[in-house]
Design a protein around this ligand. Structure first.
Ligand code: ADP
Ligand code: MG
Length: 681
């Protein structure tokens, strides 16, 4: 207390652990929970008497931390009985306004007699004096015959901030929408919170009447924050007991551990073995590193699923969002202002202030962000998402707000092909409708095509029917009594649809694995280096394409590290490296090869080597054939290009690309002319 007296008013908060109060006087502790306003106010008054400067600065706060478990209430469970009581609320900060002053003690002057009147301001509504009271020496005039002028200098102000928190995703049952709560923060606590933070707010639940013109009997709730506690540990929400630890190590030691992990990923979805393996690795994640020069290298593994409609993309994403600790499922075309990234907005919420709002990637910080319909995201997200994928941050600079929010999450994205369905006769990479700069930041890109194939179709159909049948039987309380079908047989037969690991255990296993930071063995380094160099070699020679870039090498490293983590091993083995090579080979073979040849530029730049050659060719044709006035007709170009083995639809596609890039323009419909003498890149 004496320390406070010395530091006051720079330090104006006294922190008390609730346990201390309870030890000192259980009745007082109990009273504080039920009637915190009075209890805390009395404590503040008592302390102010002891601190002499109190007269010059009215702010001094008694802040209580560590409320008992009973006072922890989920946002959706807040009820009328909690109004006015002390509660502890856990959540994820979604919005935070700028810090702005609020008047707490307003000084007025009566314009007729110059008498000073002080009005203490409580809550959000501004209170003015009703009369210049004679009792304390005024002239006695009411608001009808005099006016009151606010004197800002002698008035007292306090910093305030308004925030909105939402329920943490892991507490939500099966895809329920998170509920939200508004919180007010005062004085020295304001300005410390950013959107995306996981916090516990301790405070008093208040109510405000709805409606400004016509008063309603309905009330809104909000929290008057008394103290803030931060969630310190990344995976704190997953509690691991010593018995769990034993089970976790036992599991990791079993020879089929990895197979069982894969068998726990969307078991009701048939096939996609490689995809599931990659998604399992994504959950464990690579090692995030801080280099000596201050650069951070991400450990998060990003995966994109691009496929025909009805290939279970959405289903898989939803499953993964529930399985992963801190998983979030969202859609690229989400309607909130913050979208996937973040936004600064000036709306009702801020009451005149700017509000910083966190999008899905920020809310999923240190978790998994599953983004469906990635191709439909808005332009603002499209430009801000790169930073998040690579650096794990999102910067907002708008209207005087400059903020950097954390978004260190792995991304599992899903998108449809450009024209809704893959066209088997065309190059797959051409049909992916994502900017190459974005696509090349994914560590693995899987394409899922859905073409009729009798053998495969039968297997998928069998699997889906089995899943539905099992679901039907499971709705019955006593399946052994069913006579029409052999229900027990159906249950036994579909055992493989059960996840090989229970979800709770799986989450614990993943959370536990994050404690391990594996190091690459000599063998792993040799294996990865050998693979990289040998694939690059395929591209040597002057006419060659680039088969693979350093980005894929980093992807290989991350996946190898994740594979070691999945075994709880602190050493990345050659086998781990082999597993990641298998995955990269699998997807590159599908998306980054043309005519059997590897060409990473299909992903990295969106144009293959052969396409680039054709583009130069076509550009030359436009230049040669153009006449001064009209340019050259599409028909003529198609005919001449045909002679050079460039098919018609390719010519049309390339013409569109050249126009989009501003290389050629149309002086009139159907004619093309070179825009400038510049080269194309
Ligand atoms: P998408 O998002 O790719 O368009 P959905 O996730 O909406 O597809 O999938 C459509 C439905 O088809 C889902 O109910 C899903 O379970 C089912 N389905 C598709 N492919 C498979 C599969 N291989 N195994 C089991 N079910 C599947
Ligand atoms: Mg879908």
């Amino acid at each position: 207390m004496s320390a406070l007296a010395d530091l006051y008013p720079d330090v104006r908060s006294i922190y008390i652990d609730f346990l201390e109060v309870e030890k000192f006087d259980p009745d007082l502790a109990n009273y504080t929970l039920i009637n915190p306003t009075l209890s805390i106010k009395s404590a503040e008054v008592a302390v102010k008497r002891m601190v002499s400067h109190a007269l010059t600065n009215p702010f001094l706060h008694f802040r209580i931390k560590g409320l008992p478990r009973d006072s922890r209430i989920e946002i959706r469970k807040l009820r009328a009985k909690h109004l006015g009581t002390f509660v502890s609320i856990e959540g994820l900060v979604r919005k935070a306004t700028e810090v702005r002053p609020r008047v707490t003690i307003a000084e007025f002057e009566c314009v007729r007699c110059l008498h000073r009147i002080t009005v203490e301001q409580e809550g959000m509504l501004f209170h003015e004096p009703l009369e210049c009271s004679k009792d304390d020496g005024g002239c006695g005039r009411g608001t009808g015959s005099t006016k009151f002028k606010l004197l800002t200098d002698p008035s007292k102000f306090v910093d305030t901030q308004k925030i909105e928190i939402q329920e943490p995703p892991e507490g939500l049952r099966g895809g329920a929408q998170p509920e939200r709560l508004v919180g007010y923060i005062d004085d020295d606590l304001s300005g410390r919170i950013s959107p995306g933070d996981r916090i516990m707010l301790n405070g008093i639940l208040r109510s405000q009447q709805k409606g400004s013109q016509v008063k309603s009997t309905l009330f809104e709730i909000s929290l008057d924050t008394n103290s803030i506690e931060y969630e310190e540990h990344e995976y704190e929400e997953v509690l691991i007991t010593p018995e769990d630890e034993l089970k976790i190590h036992e599991f990791a030691a079993s020879p089929d551990a990895f197979d069982r992990i894969i068998a726990s990923i969307s078991p009701t979805i048939y096939g996609y073995e490689q995809e599931k393996e990659a998604m399992a690795l994504q959950l464990f994640g690579g090692v995030s590193k801080l280099m000596d020069d201050g650069t951070r290298i991400r450990g998060d593994i990003h995966i994109a699923l691009i496929g025909d409609p009805g290939t279970a993309k959405s289903q898989i994403l939803r499953y993964m969002a529930q399985l992963a600790p801190r998983g979030i499922y969202t859609s690229g075309k989400s309607s909130s202002a913050a979208g996937l990234t973040a936004a600064a907005v000036k709306d009702e919420f801020g009451e005149g202030r700017w509000t910083l709002e966190a999008g899905a990637l920020v809310l999923a910080d240190k978790g998994l962000c599953c983004i469906d319909e990635l191709d439909k995201m808005n332009d603002q997200d499209r430009s801000a998402i790169h930073e998040s994928l690579e650096q794990g941050t999102i910067s907002v600079a708008k209207a005087g707000i400059t903020a950097t929010l954390q978004s260190r999450c792995a991304v599992l994205g899903a998108a449809n092909p450009k024209y809704g369905r893959f066209d088997a006769s065309r190059n797959i990479a051409e049909q992916i409708d994502l900017p190459p700069a974005l696509l090349s930041r994914f560590d693995a890109i899987f394409t899922m095509t859905d073409r009729p194939n009798a053998e495969q179709d039968r297997k998928v159909a069998k699997h889906i029917l089995k899943a539905h049948r099992r679901g039907e039987v499971k709705l019955h309380e006593s399946p052994e009594k069913i006579t029409a079908v052999d229900a027990m047989e159906i249950l036994r037969d579909s055992k493989d649809l059960m996840p090989a690991m229970e979800r709770d255990f799986f989450r614990k296993y993943v959370a536990y694995s994050k404690r391990i930071t594996p190091i690459m063995s000599d063998e792993a380094v040799r294996t990865l280096e050998g693979y990289y160099v040998s694939i690059r070699k395929l591209g040597e020679g002057d006419e060659a394409s680039v088969p693979i870039t350093a980005r894929q090498l980093e992807a290989l490293i991350r996946m190898s590290e994740a594979s070691a983590r999945a075994r709880l091993s602190s050493l990345v083995s050659g086998e781990d490296a082999g597993r990641s090579i298998k995955i990269v080979e699998y997807y590159l073979g599908k998306v980054a090869s043309e005519g059997g040849k590897r060409d990473i530029d299909l992903i990295a730049t969106g144009t293959s080597r052969s396409q680039r050659d054709q583009m130069y060719e076509l550009r030359n044709l436009v230049q040669q054939l153009s006449d001064e006035r009209r340019g050259v007709s599409a028909e003529e170009l198609i005919q001449k290009a045909g002679a050079k083995n460039i098919p018609e639809d390719r010519v049309r596609a390339l013409l569109k690309r050249l126009s989009d890039a501003g290389e050629v323009y149309s002086p009139q419909a159907g004619y093309f002319k070179l825009a400038s003498g510049e080269r194309i890149g």
